[in-house]
Design a protein around this ligand. Structure first.
Ligand code: ADP
Ligand code: F6P
Length: 325
């Protein structure tokens, strides 16, 4: 790689998240503004390993800021942890004379970015994942949109739950991180939230719901993070056997949470991250992720981020305990 940056590439990786397109747009247009040639890599590390590169111009990213998903598509390639695949990726970057790579994705994707940096590739990460599990940034691209989708879904479920005097067990995404669940619980006024960071027993869930029934609640909402120690099905079995008063229904929100038009917050965050990533490359930095700290965009060393679990905000847990039961 030359010292001078003339040609950069951008890719989206891992689970898609609303706002990734806004970030691609910002990278392409900022890159062109600074006189760079910009390439898009299709389907994440798979495209990198297969040499699936295409030149991107200003017009290629027109009309995408409002679209969910990613025009570059994404993929998961577990083999990218292996040296053989990383070397193949570097060969293709060199073949295309790429001086800097921007990786938009979650913690796995950023681990791939770090692996490339350690092998001498100039690389910048942009946090993009609905899970909000990336250490060192207040938010990742897509979190706000996913939360709004969850919020709208739970508001709708509440209408039918109260009409039928039912408890709804609503599973939300987040992998090993309870962020989406706990914040969704706070903003929907759920009776209970189950997160991976805090184990609960079936008896505890039963007690909370029976208590809500005896207090005369017309319905109850339990938000269950997909990584929580209890699954919706086993909770439903338990509640049905113990007759807590309410009828029980399960809703798995699933991939609905990953799609849709990005909110204003996510579009702005993605735009700021995209521009900052290009400018950070031009400053000569590598092996860093752009991040949100307070209202500012900062950079963090990937070495300090990868392998760390973003902790759940204790204030969120405290407020959930205080308000939701
Ligand atoms: P996310 O980026 O959303 O967390 P994954 O954890 O599935 O999603 O990671 C996306 C991709 O990043 C993986 O399919 C793989 O190609 C790459 N990747 C993940 N972990 C590593 C690692 N330790 N080293 C190199 N590449 C990795
Ligand atoms: O990381 C984003 C995420 O949506 C997680 O919340 C979820 O566990 C996972 O991806 C689902 O992955 P897939 O789309 O491969 O089923």
């Amino acid at each position: 790689m030359s010292e001078e940056i003339e040609r950069i590439a951008v890719m989206t990786s891992g689970g898609d998240s609303p706002g990734m397109n806004a970030a691609i747009r910002a990278v392409v247009r900022a890159g062109i503004h600074y006189g760079l040639d910009v390439y898009g890599i299709r389907q994440a590390y798979r495209g990198l390993v297969n040499g699936d590169f295409e030149r991107m111009e200003t017009r290629d990213v027109g009309g995408i800021i409002q679209r969910g998903g990613t025009i570059l598509q994404t993929a998961r390639l577990p083999e990218f942890k292996e040296e053989k695949y990383q070397r193949e990726a570097i060969r293709h970057l060199n073949e295309h004379d790429i001086d800097g790579l921007i990786v938009i994705g979650g913690d796995g994707s950023l681990a791939g970015a770090l692996a490339l940096h350690r092998r001498g590739v100039r690389v910048i990460g942009i946090p993009g994942s609905i899970d909000n599990d990336i250490w060192g940034t207040a938010s990742s691209i897509g979190v706000d949109t996913a939360l709004n989708t969850i919020l709208e879904s739970i508001d709708r479920l509440r209408d039918t739950a109260s009409s039928h005097e039912r408890v709804f067990l609503v599973e939300v995404m987040g992998r090993h991180c309870g962020y989406l669940a706990i914040v969704a619980g706070l903003v929907t006024g759920a009776e209970m939230v189950l997160i991976p960071e805090q184990e609960v027993s079936l008896d505890e869930v039963g007690e909370v719901l029976e208590d809500a029934y005896l207090k005369g609640h017309s319905h109850a909402m339990v938000i269950v993070s997909e990584g929580a120690n209890l699954k919706c099905a086993e909770i439903a079995d338990y509640l049905n056997k113990h007759d807590i008063g309410f009828e029980v229904r399960i809703t798995i929100l699933g991939h609905v949470q990953r799609g849709g038009r990005p909110t204003a917050f996510d579009r702005l965050l993605a735009t700021r991250f995209g521009v900052a990533a290009v400018e950070t490359l031009l400053e000569g930095k590598s092996g860093v992720m752009v991040a949100l700290e307070g209202t500012s965009i900062v950079t963090r060393d990937l070495e300090d981020i990868i392998g760390k679990q973003r902790p759940i905000n204790p204030d969120h847990v405290r407020m959930a305990d205080l308000l939701t039961r």
